[in-house]
Design a protein around this ligand. Structure first.
Ligand code: C2E
Ligand code: MG
Ligand code: MG
Length: 821
């Protein structure tokens, strides 16, 4: 059963009003104390009298009989009979009243009227008994007088005792009897009445004193009781305040561990009605609420049990229970309760729901060990586990390996397809990795950050076995990832360091794994490399370059040089190719062939490429109209969605006419080709810029690309140009390429032309343009215009007299041209 929510102060009642109401309640409670003491005191007095009433009545009846027996003949029987009847009647009234009182639910309190009525009855009885000596004076003999006096003495004592708690009644009763004796003595000054009177007055005085003392102590006791009750009530009120307003809930158990006075909040917290919990064992209730919980959680109550057994106050003992299907954590703080002699009475304490804090702690602990995206072990925890594995290996022998893993081109996926796709890809990779490694008990798969993953292999350490696992990882990664309909190719490169051979510390192992990884990446995508000592120097330089390249742009260490292109027919400079130069403050000039791949890998190529594009356009805008500029574009830039925007921006910024700009792309853009690559090239074309295919002939299935996109220009790689004069094959290929380009109406450029003979051959084969050291090395921007203006002064190269072109054979060509042609 689900208890209803405990009543709290009405939500609509303003907080101030609630607290005022509470204060009033407390004030009223204190004021009520005095009145309660009086009422309770009266109740005790009433109780004292009523309790002794049957005994007093019995004593009265006995003495009535004695007096009746002592008086025959002395008085007219009627008087005695009447007196006796009056006493008996009064006694019966008293007994009936007693009987009624006994049957009623006894009240703790009594009213003034009730006490007055008792006093009135005592007075009546006193008068009846006090009248005895007065009436019987001189009427009876000395023996009867003695009997009479004894009876009256007995009644006096009976009155003193039975009315002791109600002094006014006792005084009235005893006063009446004493007065009767005194009057009897005055009427007939016999010694016996004098003695009786003195004795009774003395007895009455003593009884008054004793009665007063008794009343005082009774009063003290009653007021202590009432005050303690009120204190308890006050505590109750305060506790209610506390329970209703705070997040803490009060609880109390008795000496045998049973819940008592279960507060509604506590009952609510335990998901049961308070009535069902009262009297139940606390440990039993907790046990019930832990039924379908894990052993480790159930153990939480053991600590509580221990504390309760020890008997000392305790703080923040945490127990967990399941309430209405939801796990809660409670922090219990309590103090033992003892009676005035120090004997244990139970426990009183507070319970606080710490579920939220506990969850937060757990989450923090989880976050401290695991990667949120993939759920794999994180870097910090991986290092701890590696440290343990190394320690184990040092102590007990055995070994293992660390595989460092990195996704090739991941940064480009992130840059071009967005972070959401990047995240999805990382998750997929994490899963594949876990699957490929397999042995979750001994081996650890971790994501160190970004697209860096690592595996700690403890199940295998032999080079062959490790290589097998690495190969399995590479193979598992091979199928492209399908993310939001797109197929994204994944290639993982793996660097492996083994322990104890390659390192004894975590840092050494990680560093060596990384070095091997860099080597793997530099070698080929999707490959693995084991660590070898020589890797250090190479990779370190690459790392330094990556670090420094990040700042190269801001520090203006990058410049553009321009290499002219010359039209073979007109022998004119047509334009220049912009080529990046990096002047490193320590390492001097770094060739773009070295730093461009680093920039691509480090995700810096977009910024660098954009800068180069703007810079090239700005420079070209200052050149004579006839000169165009060619800018190299990395495949990463082609994949980036904003390339057309970046080009448009550069054109607008510089004011350069689009037809004067040419973009050089390499055929590697087609390796990961999808429809958007080609459509992006078309978008660029629509801007009015020309597009050249650079380094033609170095790719895998070169000629097939020419059909996919109508390039404006085809640049024949300098590898062919270099061979042109020595290899008939190369010459055949060049001739064929030129024929093909002409057929497809593309302008042809031969790169890397260094010698006049090469110019002659290319001219003869029908090449349109030459570029190379023969014309000029790349030159700084300020030399471009002077170079172009003075170019016309230079003669065409003349061929040596013995120079002869070799014969081209088509059969030869067929063996070297790719099948895709
Ligand atoms: P590329 O686009 O094929 O540029 C031609 C390269 O050949 C240049 O090297 C140039 O200096 C060199 N070269 C020109 N004529 C001769 C010659 O007669 N003999 C020899 N041996 N070499 C010659 P560089 O400047 O070192 O550039 C290398 C590569 O770096 C470029 O090849 C291009 O792929 C890349 N690159 C340069 N600048 C940029 C840029 O701004 N963006 C991008 N994405 N890549 C660039
Ligand atoms: Mg180029
Ligand atoms: Mg080139």
């Amino acid at each position: 059963m689900t208890p209803s929510r405990p009543p709290r102060s009405s939500p609509n009642e303003p907080k101030r009003r609630v607290s005022e109401r509470r204060r009033d309640e407390r004030r009223r409670s204190v004021q009520a104390t005095d009145e309660s003491i009086n009422a309770r005191m009266r109740g005790r007095q009433y109780l004292g009298v009523m309790r002794s009433l049957p005994y007093a009545s019995a004593a009265g009846l006995l003495n009535t009989v004695v007096i009746g027996l002592a008086s025959p003949g002395a008085l007219p029987n009627l008087m005695v009979a009447l007196w006796m009847a009056a006493v008996i009647a009064l006694t019966l009234v008293h007994l009936q009243a007693w009987q009624q009182w006994r049957q009623k639910k006894r009240s703790e309190v009594a009213t003034q009227q009730q006490l007055k009525a008792l006093t009135f009855h005592a007075a009546g009885a006193g008068l009846l008994w006090g009248g005895v000596p007065l009436v019987l004076v001189d009427q009876v003999g000395s023996t009867q007088q003695t009997l009479l006096m004894m009876s009256l003495a007995g009644m006096l004592c009976t009155g003193a005792l039975s009315l002791a708690t109600l002094p006014p009644a006792a005084w009235t009763f005893m006063g009446a009897i004493s007065a009767g004796s005194l009057l009897a003595f005055i009427a007939s000054p016999q010694m016996i009445y004098a003695i009786g009177a003195v004795q009774w007055v003395a007895t009455a005085a003593i009884a008054v004193g004793v009665g007063a003392a008794l009343t005082r102590s009774l009063h003290a006791r009653v007021s202590a009781e009432v005050k303690s009750e009120h204190q308890n009530q006050l505590i109750g009120l305060l506790m209610r305040d506390f329970a209703e307003q705070g997040s803490d809930v009060l609880w109390e158990i008795d000496g045998s561990g049973r819940l008592r006075q279960v507060a509604k909040q506590f009952a609510y917290a335990l998901g049961r009605p308070a009535e069902a919990l009262n009297g139940k064992s606390l440990m039993g209730v907790l046990g019930d609420l832990q039924q379908d919980m894990a052993d480790s959680d159930r153990e939480s109550t053991l600590a509580l049990h221990e504390k309760l057994t020890e008997g000392h106050p305790f703080r923040d003992v945490q127990v967990t229970v399941k309430v209405n299907g939801k796990q809660h954590w409670w922090s219990l703080t309590a103090k033992p309760l003892v009676d005035e002699r120090g004997r244990p009475l139970g426990w009183r304490g507070v319970a606080r729901d710490v579920t939220q804090a506990r969850m937060a702690d757990r989450r923090l602990a989880w976050l401290a060990h695991f990667d949120t995206l993939t759920g794999l072990t994180n870097r910090a925890h991986f290092r701890v586990l590696l440290e343990k594995a190394l320690q184990h290996s040092r102590r007990y022998g055995g070994g293992g390996a660390v595989m460092c893993l990195d996704l090739d081109g991941f940064k480009n996926v992130n840059d071009t397809l967005g972070h959401a796709t990047g995240d999805a890809l990382l998750m997929e990779v994490g899963q594949r990795l876990r699957h490929a490694v397999g042995n979750a008990k001994t081996d650890v798969v971790a994501r160190l950050g970004g697209d860096e993953f690592a595996v700690l292999l403890r199940s295998v350490s032999e080079e062959d076995a490790v290589a097998q696992v690495a190969q399995r990882v590479i193979d598992t990664m091979r199928p492209p990832c399908r993310i939001q309909g797109a197929e994204i190719p994944v290639r993982a490169s793996i660097g492996i360091a083994r322990f104890p051979e390659d390192g004894l510390t975590v840092d050494e192992m990680m560093q060596h794994g990384d070095l091997a990884l860099y080597d793997a990446k530099a070698n080929a995508t999707g490959s693995m490399r084991f660590f070898v000592q020589r890797l250090g120097e190479q990779v370190r330089r690459r790392l330094v370059l990556e670090r420094d390249l990040r700042e190269a742009l801001e520090r203006k260490q990058l410049r553009l040089h321009f290499q002219p292109k010359v039209d073979l027919t007109k022998w004119q400079v047509l334009g220049f190719e912009a080529l990046l130069r990096w002047n490193h403050p320590e390492h001097g000039e770094i060739p773009p062939t070295e730093f461009i791949p680093v920039a691509e890998e480090a995700g810096l190529i977009l910024a660098i490429g954009e800068w180069a594009m703007i810079e090239a356009c700005m420079q070209a805008a200052r050149w004579p109209e006839a000169l165009h500029v060619a800018v190299n574009i990395s495949p990463v830039q082609v994949m980036a969605q904003n390339l057309p925007d970046a080009v448009r921006h550069a054109l607008q910024l510089s004011g350069l006419a689009p037809h004067r700009l040419e973009l050089e792309i390499t055929e590697s853009v087609f390796i990961n080709e999808n429809r958007s690559t080609v459509s992006r090239l078309h978008a660029l074309r629509r801007l009015g810029v020309a597009i050249a295919l650079d380094d033609f002939g170095t790719g895998y299935s070169s000629l097939a690309y020419l059909r996919r996109f109508p390039f404006d220009t085809l640049k024949i790689d300098r590898a062919f140009v270099r061979e042109l004069l020595v290899s008939r094959d190369a010459r055949a290929i060049v001739r064929n390429i030129l024929a093909l380009a002409t057929a497809l109406r593309m302008t042809t450029v031969a790169e890397g032309v260094e010698e006049p003979a090469q110019v002659k051959v290319l001219e003869a084969e029908g090449c349109d343009i030459v570029q190379g050291y023969f014309v000029s090395r790349p030159i700084p921007a300020d030399q471009v215009v002077p170079f172009a203006l003075t170019w016309g002064d230079r003669d065409r190269p003349s061929l040596p007299r013995d120079f002869q072109l070799g014969n081209t054979q088509m059969a030869e060509l067929a063996t070297v041209m790719p099948a895709t042609m």
